[in-house]
Design a protein around this ligand. Structure first.
Ligand code: NAI
Ligand code: MG
Length: 366
């Protein structure tokens, strides 16, 4: 099969263009060497778009993002735009993209690469072989619920309000993503909320349980209160396969899980929306890290997080598991051979550049 997949690359700011440059090399390699072809387009987002068009995400770019099979994003933001008001900042471009594409499922894998076991703050036996996936609801819950705001009280005090709101539809669609992922992995989902103290958590648990019985009874389902889930993640993380949780708990639990395994420069993510008639979901793939202004332009950034995000794109948007495996195996091999950028440097070794890491990965793929 050699169908053309359309990819929109939004490299963004700071180290974004540097790491995406290495991703492009691997996309080109795939094009040449594997039975898959990409139609690659590039556009501006964040500060780069602000400078060119006066907005961090133009309508035309948004339209291209919606119609592409998948979007690969670098990073946005930087000191140059720090003084702008919040609504005008580069980061708004990314938020608008997530919102307008309705990317409600945020996938954050935590994978421990054997060569980096020593970089974890946890004992090797706790993290060695770790491979879990957190699915965080991204467009609902406390960060969006109404009422919200800061209000004056008659007695002169003030009160701040945020509201956790979830509808059955919002819960079911993100849970469906988690169950489908589990089927491609180790077939286990742990759903996490605080049904002991929150009504939205009670509804969450009920709806996940119903959906499971209706459609996904082949997947093993468990429930865990979110506070316990945080404890279990640092006590015995390998008990998990897929964790599905709301926006607020997911924000924290995905950061906890990520740091079990080491550097920001290694962490990929995916954000998925609804499937169209053909089953193709709206999808955005991006490294977890930001634009790293402290090292931008120095050819020092680790491109692996961006590259592993592209591997997720192959796996989840295009069902190209073998090609995704190739990339992930190449990353493992290169790390095992001691090739390291500055952020994951082992004692007694010398750092390679962003491009040097790209060279090593391409050589390994060859
Ligand atoms: P950051 O992730 O850009 O950097 C944090 C630290 O990690 C820095 O010391 C940086 O050098 C290092 N680092 C990050 N990625 C790396 C990589 N690939 N290789 C080697 N080292 C790496 O976060 P920070 O400093 O809080 O934010 C900088 C800018 O990025 C801000 O404008 C922020 O708003 C924006 N940002 C954008 C994000 C996005 O586009 N998704 C996410 C987070 C921040
Ligand atoms: Mg966070």
């Amino acid at each position: 099969m050699a169908a053309n997949k359309s990819l929109l690359v939004l490299a963004g700011d700071g180290i974004g263009p540097e790491v995406m440059g290495q991703v492009r090399r691997v996309v080109d390699w795939m094009d040449r060497r594997r039975a898959v072809s990409f139609d690659l387009a590039e556009d501006l987002v964040g500060g780069a778009a602000l400078d060119a068009h006066g907005v961090p995400l133009s309508d035309a770019t948004l339209e291209r993002a919606k119609t592409a099979d998948a979007v690969l994003l670098g990073a946005v933001g930087g000191p140059k735009w720090d003084d702008l008001p919040f609504e005008k900042k580069p980061e708004r471009g990314l938020l608008a993209l997530r919102k307008e594409m309705e990317l409600y499922a945020n996938l954050r894998p935590a994978i421990c690469f054997e060569a980096l076991v020593e970089a974890s703050t946890l004992k090797p036996e706790v993290v060695s072989g770790l491979d879990i996936m957190i699915v965080r609801e991204l467009t609902g819950g406390t960060y969006f619920g109404e009422p919200r705001g800061i209000f004056d009280l008659p007695n002169g005090e003030r009160k701040g309000i945020n509201t956790q709101v979830y509808t059955t539809h919002e819960i079911r669609r993100v849970a469906a993503v988690a169950f489908e992922l589990a089927r491609k992995r180790n077939n286990r989902v742990c759903s996490s909320e605080k049904a002991n103290v929150m009504e939205s958590g009670v509804l969450w648990r009920e709806e996940v349980t119903k959906l499971h019985a209706e459609t996904y009874s082949d997947v093993e389902l468990s429930h865990m209160y979110a506070d316990n889930c945080g404890m279990q993640l640092v006590r015995a993380p390998k008990q998990f396969d897929v964790i599905v949780t709301d926006n607020l708990f997911g924000d924290m639990l995905s950061d906890v899980a990520a740091m079990l395994t080491g550097s920001l420069g290694m962490l990929p993510s995916a954000s998925l929306g609804d499937p169209d008639e053909t089953g193709q979901r709206q999808a955005l793939y991006e490294p977890v890290h930001g634009s790293a202004p402290d090292i931008a332009g120095e050819n020092k950034a680790n491109p692996v997080a961006a590259l592993l995000s592209f591997a997720m794109c192959l796996r989840y948007s295009f069902d190209l598991a073998e090609d995704a495996d190739l990339i992930e195996e190449a990353v493992k091999a290169v790390l095992a051979a001691g090739v390291r950028t500055g952020d994951i440097l082992a004692p007694g070794t010398r750092a390679v550049s962003t491009e040097g890491m790209g060279d090593a990965l391409i050589a390994e793929l060859d």
